[in-house]
Design a protein around this ligand. Structure first.
Ligand code: ZN
Length: 317
């Protein structure tokens, strides 16, 4: 699932391509995307409006449109936004023709080749698993209320201090990993960046949140900010379907210390990275760098490693 760095990557690439342009024609091909509105209702509300800005809140892309109208777009599991894909991929859920000139173009200028300013450019939202959504919000207050009900602080906001994280953890017996994934407490962190930050901070994912010390909260805040910023610098991580606006993949997956590295050595200490279940999610950690908290049950590994080893090696193609 695209997390904060992936959505921020899309926002940075897409903003100069859409700002100042109009949503000349919208086709919503999947009624699940526009729910609770019908595709026609949402199309009528959006079509013809000018894009004034594109921002991000948590894992949402926020389209600010003329007439004090907002579209809060969530990519969920497998959503991707592609600008002028050629050929058009399968699983297109929404197609938007942009009119008028934008404020910039893709770096290589390929997408604009042969086009005159004023020509339509096509944007498609691709989503194989169909969990992505676009929600209409009328006015600033509706936008604010929408996010207040759903999202906590942005981890890259200066207000997200060690003290703030410490206060979030007090009185909570749930594992710290569950707290990090709870969007109502902290916006934008998902499975990848939670695993990487906890490893960097040396904190076991199953540690009850309320047991973290102030010093651990300080380390965890720094690790979260580091992981998210490194993810943005690498222009996101591609582990499932995430692609850039121009179809290119992100590269942060090449820098993972633990995430999806079960059975490989920890880059810090050389111990073997293991996979457990935490907060209902496959979670990767190094038990040497992240010792289990006292009194927690022994780790049950999801995969039986010896059985894996007994399998014959796969023939290479
Ligand atoms: Zn280690």
């Amino acid at each position: 699932m695209p997390e904060l760095p992936e959505v921020e990557t899309i926002r940075r690439q897409l903003a100069p391509l859409v700002q100042g342009r109009t949503l000349a024609r919208i086709e919503i091909l999947d009624p699940r995307w526009s729910r609770p509105l019908s595709p026609d209702e949402l199309t009528d509300a959006l079509q013809g409006r000018r894009v004034q800005g594109l921002s991000r809140r948590g894992k949402y892309l926020v389209w600010s449109l003329s007439g004090d109208v907002y579209l809060a777009q969530h990519l969920r599991m497998t959503g991707t936004v592609l600008y002028e894909p050629d050929p058009e991929p399968s699983h297109v859920r929404v197609r938007i023709d942009l009119g008028g000139a934008g404020t910039g173009g893709l770096r290589n200028g390929k997408a604009r080749r042969g086009k005159q300013d004023g020509d339509l450019a096509t944007l498609v939202i691709v989503d194989p698993r169909r969990f992505g959504t676009g929600e209409l919000l009328l006015g600033d207050e509706a936008l604010e209320a929408f996010f207040d009900a759903r999202l906590g602080l942005e981890p890259l906001d200066p207000l997200f201090t060690a003290e703030h994280l410490y206060s979030l953890t007090r009185g909570r017996s749930a594992p710290i990993k569950a707290l990090l994934l709870d969007q109502r407490r902290l916006a934008g962190v998902g499975n990848i960046y939670a695993d990487e930050a906890l490893h960097r901070a040396g904190i076991h994912p199953l540690c009850p949140a309320g047991r973290l010390t102030r010093a651990q909260c300080e380390r965890l805040r720094e690790a979260l900010v580091w992981a998210l910023q490194a993810g943005i610098e690498a222009r996101g991580a591609t582990i499932d379907d995430f692609r850039h606006v121009d179809g290119v993949w992100g590269s942060f997956q090449d820098r993972f210390a633990v995430h999806r590295r079960e059975g490989e050595p920890c880059p810090r200490c050389g111990a073997t990275v293991v996979k457990i279940l935490a907060a209902g999610r496959g979670t990767y950690l190094c038990e040497r760098c992240q010792p289990p908290p006292r009194g927690t049950r022994p780790i049950r590994r999801q995969a039986a490693r010896p059985a894996d080893r007994s399998r014959p090696p796969r023939a290479s193609p």
